[in-house]
Design a protein around this ligand. Structure first.
Ligand SMILES: Cc1cc2nc3c(=O)[nH]c(=O)nc-3n(C[C@H](O)[C@H](O)[C@H](O)COP(=O)(O)OP(=O)(O)OC[C@H]3O[C@@H](n4cnc5c(N)ncnc54)[C@H](O)[C@@H]3O)c2cc1C
Length: 342
């Protein structure tokens, strides 16, 4: 077999796990990881340590810097993929370079979703997806500062709990994304609201946010305005409305896309040389006759593993569709498989 060049778009848990298994399953191959991040792979849950006061990003890395050299992985950081040419088997980079591949893994993850009517206010909402975001959040929060969290997805609730433990005040203005990607369905929400209050959230239910404004000099930096004209002031506003797959660069590639990149249970897309893994993909479930997504940390890692094995010629299938649910423990505290990392 001639040396294969595997190119992976994304250095999150899916892409990272894939590199390890590609090296194991095809020891002689070439691996190139292209990622928009400025820094090497930092697992998202390590970002919370920035709030504890960790300032040096090196302490948060999943692997020591020499890992990539030892594994013979070319890591191209700070590099944005803008297109995929499936005919020529090349990816286009923002700085106009074309990079050829034999087999491509798309593991570009998802970005924070914002409802259409709040998109104009994106600049007033703090993201929390990178080391730089975490540093900015910490810098912009004074001691015992006020956070207004919108939506209330499971990632946000986890972050909110952390902020409350650190002495910040968190007001949560909920909407249909509360507990996303879980759904309460027909369940009585009351004990779940109590659990949030017990964790220290100031809960605001049933109000629609219509505007976010920059506060005037000397006053709170942010004002969140609801439809009934009530105003919530904050040092920082967090948008926690779930994730949206990042796929702009695939727009003209001609692959089957719905919300995410559609793929088989072997994680192959509609192109025979392209696989997908992680938050970016929707996987066919033959049992349910529909496409499924899974955003849990461990299942995202598993997708990276399965995609790598199959890119190297294997035939493993994903069958982990038990997506878990939000629940309550015997003390009335929230539980979720979304908060299990390893
Ligand atoms: C703030 C936050 C908190 C979270 N907390 C939890 C949690 O508590 N529990 C849990 O189970 N899950 C959590 N998640 C979700 C979890 O992070 C994701 O499921 C997981 O990170 C997805 O991994 P991934 O590898 O698919 O994508 P990501 O981790 O999103 O990585 C995507 C990679 O693709 C790169 N990329 C994207 N577009 C391009 C492009 N055009 N060109 C080059 N590179 C590109 C990015 O730079 C990055 O390297 C959280 C997510 C966020 C944002």
């Amino acid at each position: 077999m001639t040396e294969q060049h595997y190119v992976i778009i994304g250095n999150g848990p899916a892409g990272n796990e894939a590199t390890r298994h590609l090296r194991e399953n095809d020891p002689e191959c070439r691996i190139t990881v292209v990622a928009a991040d400025r820094l090497p792979y930092i697992p998202r849950y390590n970002l919370f340590r920035v709030l504890d006061g960790v300032e040096d990003w090196r302490e948060l890395l999943a692997h020591p810097p020499e890992y990539y050299e030892e594994m013979r992985i070319t890591l191209r950081r700070n590099t944005l993929v803008t297109s995929v040419d499936t005919g020529r088997k090349m990816i286009g980079l923002k700085h106009k370079e074309w990079l050829p591949y034999d087999k491509l893994l798309v593991a570009s993850g998802g970005g924070g979703y914002l409802p259409e009517d709040l998109r104009d206010y994106r600049g007033l909402i703090h993201p929390f997806g990178s080391f730089e975001d975490a540093v900015r959040l910490k810098q912009d929060l004074p001691e015992a500062g006020q956070v207004v969290m919108l939506g209330g997805d499971m990632m946000g609730i986890y972050l909110g709990q952390k902020l409350i433990q650190l002495g910040y005040r968190v007001t949560l203005i909920t909407d249909v994304h509360l507990f996303w990607p879980h759904k309460l369905g027909e369940r009585d929400p009351t004990p779940y609201y109590h659990a949030l209050e017990k964790a220290g959230f100031d809960l605001v239910n049933g109000k629609k946010v219509v505007r976010i404004e920059q506060g005037e000099a000397g006053l709170s930096p942010r004002r969140v305005i609801c439809e009934d004209e009530s105003v919530y002031t904050a040092d920082v506003v967090l948008g926690c409305y779930g994730l949206m797959p990042k796929l702009d660069f695939m727009a003209h590639a001609g692959l089957d896309v719905q919300r995410g990149l559609l793929c088989t249970p072997e994680l192959q897309t509609s192109d025979e040389n392209i696989w997908a893994a992680g938050d970016v993909c929707q996987i066919w479930s033959p049992e349910e006759n529909q496409y499924r997504v899974s955003y849990e940390w461990n299942s995202v890692k598993n997708m990276g593993r399965v995609a790598a094995i199959n890119m190297a010629g294997g035939h493993e299938v994903i069958n982990t569709f038990s997506e878990g649910d939000v629940g309550l423990d015997e003390h009335g505290n929230l539980t979720s498989p979304f908060w299990d990392f390893d």
